[in-house]
Design a protein. Structure first.
Lengths: 259, 259
């Protein structure tokens, strides 16, 4: 029987709020079994970019990562955010090890080809090195991934943290019984955006189609759910969406996604 | 018989010069056997500090690390410098993994007690977790340490890279036959500062005393040599001081320090 593995992705709002982050790290450290954390950089990369006089370039509403923006992302994601999370997890006796995709060659990506838009130093995941990640996990280390990958030729690349989480979950599900948790500021997928507690407890492919038709699920929730079904279709056991309390041992209020 | 381990510390001048760094990383990646790299941050932390409007505070010629300066050090050392080195080593097929002392709980330090001067977030190494580092090395990973440690209570600390190199070498020499290399811009300890090739090929404790009396060895060289003898007195097998070419298979021109 496969060992269990939990892969938890935390969003920017949790990282930015010191109280939420503390509460999350405490709950995460108590989570039983093998686990992996994936985080983005929150607003901090944009803030430091501004302070350094580096403008965030947008084309058609998409962020462009030029060389200077990449440097800021590397400093904030892999440096400031990652190392502080690791140090704080160590204080909770959680043997964390911070990683970019370049470390131990864990995630190889390809620089997004230029079609209509040149996204700059943005990477689409090509290979997740399951052997390398499993080796760390089996040494009872807790990998903490930031949203950076590399191309294997010396170039770091910016990669969406949700995507890193789902791609790592997909790859690891070959070896482990893997659950993917998307942890953000809401209690789950909501039936009404006005009611925080209107959490839809479970969504499958059929009900997802209906929710989309009824416009109950829209906007930012769509890529998260598409990512979830993509992961489930590639053998990830279970995907859960909710807030920090989802990691509590007796948590009930969150959304479970199944096929 | 103990396995061999090379611990190489590179100085700021190598990090700042792209050509030197490329040449170094190429030679380092070809080095046979187990190895560890230790690096500082060069001038880049100071430069980014300036760009962010954070002044470098000095007291009695010593740099003070306040909270803001620590953030910059964490961004530059653990982010920008460390991850770019790791990505470039991966391109040379060297399976590097970037670490601060917090990662895998590898280096625990104590915040320097306030006596006459409050150095701020500066850490003096207390424990090097040999088991944790050996586990990574035996998994054929190449640890790349930046000049950061942690206090085990969630606080990152700034620690001199030369000290990290010697403390890691001392700790690992319990398990490995360890050689410590201080790699900087000069070919070794020079007899005359005016003659680049006047390398003193070997120094022992006795000759060191004479060199000091004759004022041949002075200034910045003294802490490096004191660090070297400290390491040798604590069972490090060999200490070598020289430039990048010291890592070439047939290198001859560098300084070897012995007891």
């Amino acid at each position: 029987m496969k060992q269990k593995l939990s892969i938890i992705k935390i969003g920017g709002n949790i990282i930015e709020d010191q109280e939420s982050l503390s509460q999350f790290l405490n709950l995460f450290s108590r989570l039983k079994g093998h686990k992996v954390l994936v985080h983005g950089g929150g607003k901090r990369a944009t803030d430091y970019g501004k302070r350094l006089g580096i403008e965030t370039k947008m084309v058609d509403g998409r962020r462009i990562t030029d060389a200077q923006s990449l440097d800021v992302a590397v400093m904030v994601y892999a440096g400031l955010v990652n190392k502080n999370i690791v140090a704080r997890l160590q204080a909770y006796n959680c043997n964390a090890i911070g990683l970019s995709g370049a470390d131990a060659n864990t995630i190889i990506a390809i620089k997004r080809p230029v079609k209509n838009i040149d996204y700059g130093f943005v990477g689409d995941v090509e290979v997740v090195n399951t052997k390398s990640i499993a080796q760390l996990i089996r040494a009872d280390l807790v990998p903490v991934f930031c949203a950076l990958t590399h191309d294997g030729m010396g170039q770091l690349l910016n990669t969406n943290a949700d995507t890193i989480a789902s791609e790592v979950a997909i790859a690891m599900s070959q070896t482990f019984d893997t659950t993917l948790y998307y942890c953000f500021e809401k209690k789950g997928v909501l039936r009404s955006i006005l009611d925080e507690n209107s959490v839809i407890k479970s969504i499958n492919q059929e009900s997802y189609q209906k929710l989309k038709q009824q416009n109950i699920v829209a906007d930012g929730m769509l890529p998260k759910l598409d990512n979830s079904f993509h992961a489930l279709n590639k053998d990830v056991q279970r995907v859960c969406i909710g807030d920090i309390t989802m990691l509590e041992p007796k948590a009930k209020l969150f959304t479970t996604i199944t096929l």
